[in-house]
Design a protein around this ligand. Structure first.
Ligand SMILES: [Zn+2]
Length: 115
């Protein structure tokens, strides 16, 4: 399942970036997900809980998901437009535009620790 492997790789990244002691103090994980990344927040949340209960049962952590809107930048007038309903058109000059500047992200935004 796509979401499970995403969550696993998120934990792998965190385990690489933090020492074991630091990792054990993590309580909250914030992910930034672009609308175009094909990730369903609900499924991601479920996958997170499944991985927690099978691999980190003694360390309850919470997942927070921030959905990032899709943004395009017009190559002609350089206006940035939020894409709604897959309408890739510049809001300023109404030219078709496919230059995506945000929307494919799948990032760890931040983590919070127990003090
Ligand atoms: Zn434009």
């Amino acid at each position: 399942m796509h979401e499970i492997s995403l969550i696993r790789s998120t934990f792998r990244t965190l385990e690489e970036e933090f020492s074991e002691q630091e990792f054990k103090r993590i309580t909250d994980i914030y992910l930034k997900i672009g609308q175009l990344s094909n990730v369903e927040p609900m499924l991601l949340q479920n996958a997170f809980e499944a991985v927690i209960s099978s691999e980190f049962a003694e360390q309850p952590m919470k997942l927070h998901i921030e959905l990032l809107p899709t943004l395009i930048k017009c190559p002609v007038c350089e206006h940035t437009t939020e894409v709604i309903d897959y309408r890739f058109v510049c809001a300023n000059c109404e030219r078709p535009c496919s230059q995506i500047v945000q929307g494919n992200e799948l990032l760890i935004g931040k983590v919070e620790y127990a003090s």
